[in-house]
Design a protein around this ligand. Sequence first.
Ligand SMILES: [Zn+2]
Length: 138
Amino acid sequence: MIKYVQRSLLWTALSLRERDALVHQTLFNGRRTCPNGALRYGNDGSIVCTICWERSEPRQELVHAIPRYTQNMDAAWLVVEQITQPPHSAEEAMQAANTRFALWWEMATLWAYSREDAAAEICIAALRAAGIELDTTS
Ligand SMILES: [Zn+2]
């Protein structure tokens, strides 16, 4: 049986939502990450989340979507917090990701980017640090 070998993912071929989903699965195991502080309450009784941009119907419960990590600096910051947290006991893979990201962070010139582009740069660096091979050429 021939085993399919995955080559690097072509970043530019992914939609924005696919990029966010890749970050969500790779770095957060798909679990919810929107902090409660991100909620805004509208005059009509609706709730908006400023991390995933979901909005509830008036007086209905809000169901969070995948945060827009690659498009929003507040959401991208969750990625920074996640990948730079001290590694758990014997998780050497995570420790390596942590170190790789820290090295990138030291060299990054995020001030040269718009907020949206900086968010995407953070996500690309975090995915690479976690072992995902990304081709970002267009
Ligand atoms: Zn949310």
